[in-house]
Design a protein around this ligand. Structure first.
Ligand SMILES: O=C(O)c1cc(C(=O)O)c2c(n1)C(=O)C(=O)c1cc(C(=O)O)[nH]c1-2
Length: 537
């Protein structure tokens, strides 16, 4: 019933069996306590609960991590590492921190300066700090690590900076590096023929979001970012006939053996990406019927607009369907090859000096990192979706260490006259179809929480924190947190009492990517930074 890890469990389902708060009483939910997080930059953390202590992180400011009495919010300790001056310029999408991880008396923090720290969970004392990568190449850590057996596994960012992505495993006890697996090959290495020349060296594939772990199959799963630069011609072909240049393992999911770091299987969502369709979105576990047989699967709602169901043991594609309206860069996924069927005649592929217009979805995707939830009772997935399109044109891509390496100009805009920019969708992952859809005139709905109380909780960019009826999508209760909510909520039970927690603090950097839509996002609510905890009176 509790919440020991960022995604609720190792399969990122964000589902709680708790039923004290349910459809019949949620209208009586009240704030029990709140905590100011000390920073007005994008707040994206989901707290975790260990014993009666809640651990929550803040975007960088004077504070990073708080340990709190989960009943009262009283601070037990704070961890405030020095933040190097000017580090913002290396964080493409703000100075985020999405949370921490716990095992065996230690809290593990992935820091913006690309170090991982282990803290004494009782006192906050730093036990060790290990540098993962030099952040001045444009690689910051914004997400909690994945803990597997005696290991702390983390990726880092840099897909917009020409970083070469990797996953790195440290020993939990000592912080010593155990293995490092790069996500793009150098010449001569396996799959290097999927890259033009040595372009894999600056090839992106950054694993900047969270991993999943299946202890039965003993596999760790991570999604990887877009390839670098966005200008595809640098990495291979300039047309939708991509030839051998798929650019493995970018915009992919990779399954790794945690003992060795070896890649056991991979599936690439967007071969030779030209649209910033990172493949990092959370990989959610379920056991779904496949040809009459209960099968362990991964479900993911990809930036590229398709909802994928993959066999968790071998990466085999089970199904893939558009989960948002208007996807047009590809018309579908070929079930035999697993490859997208791209729009004909380079229509949606920007090239050197070649403009592609009205590409849907836009670079922020049909869904960004804000996590979905999987409800074990309804069998549905609840997805914060986006509905935006873009024009793109290729220009010159020059690499400068620590600077954006795109080689493409873009302009995001509304999806025709659809009248909505996002919304929350209930999705049947077996039938691969919409069950209900709450359209929103603004984009950037927050991450989701499902409970056995028949509820779905999520926030939005205006600061509304809502409880929906999981069956119908009807809003049963809402509270305005005073600043936009991107973070996913969590719930926990202590002394027989159920609490619901959510972090508010509007995205600060993302509107800059979204032109006129960005102005609407900024106007939706002021910046903020607070944790709210709710109970029934
Ligand atoms: O390629 C990368 O390294 C990278 C990192 C991050 C990040 O670490 O937050 C984002 C993105 N890309 C990205 O493409 C993106 O849309 C995005 C949104 C956000 C956010 O916090 O709202 N981060 C990121």
């Amino acid at each position: 019933q509790n919440w020991p890890v960022y995604g609720g469990d190792a399969g990122n389902t964000r589902f709680s069996q708790s039923t004290e708060i349910n459809t019949s009483n949620v209208n009586k939910l009240k704030v029990k306590w709140a905590l100011q997080l000390g920073s007005l930059r994008s707040q994206e953390s989901t707290p975790i609960l260990v014993g009666d202590t809640l651990y929550v992180s803040s975007s960088f400011g004077p504070k990073n991590t708080f340990a709190l009495d989960a009943r009262t919010g009283q601070i037990r300790w704070q961890y405030s590492p020095d933040v190097p001056k000017g580090i913002d310029q290396y964080a493409c999408c703000d100075v985020d921190n999405r949370g921490v991880a716990y095992n065996d008396g230690k809290i593990f923090v992935g820091r913006l300066d690309a170090n991982v720290a282990a803290l004494d969970a009782k006192t906050g004392k730093e036990l060790w700090v290990t540098k993962i990568v030099d952040y001045t190449q444009g690689s910051v850590i914004t997400s909690p690590p994945t803990l597997v057996k005696n290991l702390v596994i983390t990726g880092y960012g840099g897909g917009e900076y020409g970083a070469r992505g990797a996953l790195v495993a440290l020993d939990q006890a000592t912080g010593k590096e155990v293995w490092r697996t790069y996500t793009t090959p150098l010449p001569g290495e396996k799959n290097s023929d999927t890259w033009k020349g040595d372009s894999g060296k600056l090839g992106g594939g950054a694993a900047w979001f969270v991993g999943s772990y299946d202890p039965k199959l003993n596999l760790v799963y991570y999604g990887t970012s877009n390839p670098s630069p966005w200008a595809a011609i640098v990495r291979g072909s300039d047309s939708s006939d991509i030839g051998p240049y798929t650019n493995l393992y970018t915009s992919s999911v990779i399954a790794l053996n945690p003992e060795t770091g070896n890649i056991v299987w991979h599936y690439q969502f967007t071969p030779h990406d030209a649209w910033d369709y990172d493949g990092v979105n959370e990989l959610v576990f379920a056991d779904l019927p496949v040809q009459g047989k209960k099968t362990p699967v991964i479900m993911t709602a990809n930036r590229n607009g398709f909802f994928y169901v993959l066999d968790r043991a071998n990466g085999k594609l089970i199904s893939a369907k558009q989960f948002i309206d208007g996807v047009n860069w590809a018309t579908g996924i070929d079930m035999k090859t697993g490859m997208p069927i791209e729009a004909a005649d380079n229509a949606k592929r920007p090239g050197a000096k070649r403009k592609a217009t009205n590409i849907c979805p836009a670079l922020l995707g049909g869904k960004n990192w804000m996590p979905m939830s999987y409800d074990h009772v309804t069998g549905l997935v609840y997805i914060p979706t986006l509905n935006m399109c873009m024009d793109e044109v290729g220009e010159v891509a020059n690499y400068t260490r620590g600077a954006f390496y795109l080689g493409v100009n873009f302009n995001m805009h509304e999806a025709g006259d659809s009248g909505y920019l996002g919304g929350v969708k209930a999705w049947d992952p077996v039938a691969q179809k919409t069950v209900w859809f709450n359209k929103d005139k603004l984009p950037w709905a927050g991450g989701m929480l499902s409970t056995a109380g028949g509820l779905v909780f999520h926030g939005d960019i205006e600061g509304w924190f809502k409880a929906l009826d999981a069956k119908t999508g009807k809003t049963l209760w809402k509270f305005n947190a005073g600043s936009g909510i991107s973070a996913a909520p969590m719930t926990y039970t202590l002394d027989g009492k159920q609490y619901v927690a959510v972090v508010a603090g509007r995205t600060e950097s993302i509107p800059a990517f979204a032109a006129a839509i960005g102005e609407k996002m900024v106007a939706a609510s002021p910046e903020g930074g607070a944790l709210y905890v709710f109970t029934l009176n």
